[in-house]
Design a protein around this ligand. Sequence first.
Ligand SMILES: Nc1nc2c(c(=O)[nH]1)N[C@H]1C(S)=C(S)[C@@H](COP(=O)(O)O)O[C@H]1N2
Ligand SMILES: [Mo]
Length: 221
Amino acid sequence: MKPIHLFLIFFSVFITVSGCVSERGEPGTYDNETENLSYEGESLTPIAQQRNNAIRGTQYIDRESYRLQVDGLVENPLNLNYEEITGLPQTSKVVDLNCVEGWSFTAKWTGVRIEDLFEKAGAMENATTVIFYSADGYSTSLDKDYLLENDIILAYRLNDVTLPPDRGFPLQLVAENKYGYKWAKWIVRIELSDSPYRGYWEERGYNNTADVGGPELERRE
Ligand SMILES: Nc1nc2c(c(=O)[nH]1)N[C@H]1C(S)=C(S)[C@@H](COP(=O)(O)O)O[C@H]1N2
Ligand SMILES: [Mo]
């Protein structure tokens, strides 16, 4: 066998092996962090198999300069950095994300309870609607009561891995039992309001209630 043939054999074996071990999101690791694939007896979908959706592609947010603004009907508007957010009491739960396109996945989400942020900000009694604004110009809203009654969290970890950029780093809303378009990613501002609001997809005909299993589209006069 000529040296060149030996080289080609070694080279193709190398490509095959390295392709297997370095594949992003292989169960067990994700970008050098340990990904857990079960939690409290529930199986989680590996991040590599989770779908992903965005109106303008991935937003890359700088961790150092990032700030989350909480304003509107609050006594003390907040302007929190990443460490201040991740330093607040932490909650984890397993929740399914269901997109109206027909796909879904199950993941462990870890983050901060919206209720804790509202307490810190001094949310006013007359606030009824909460509007989430994202770095890509996306927005959506949910009722304040829904967020409080369901212990809704803003996640900064997914299957125990830092929320990846394409998935909304630093924060994605875990809008349990609501369609995927309520799960705002790359959140930069939360506004408390006393009037109804229609976000990006809601303005384009999607149901503003967005309960999973309920109507996806809404007829508007
Ligand atoms: N900022 C922002 N958030 C967003 C979107 C978007 O385009 N921009 N798409 C929504 C839709 S339609 C879905 S289904 C989910 C998908 O979340 P994932 O990419 O983490 O799976 O993100 C939601 N949040
Ligand atoms: Mo979606």
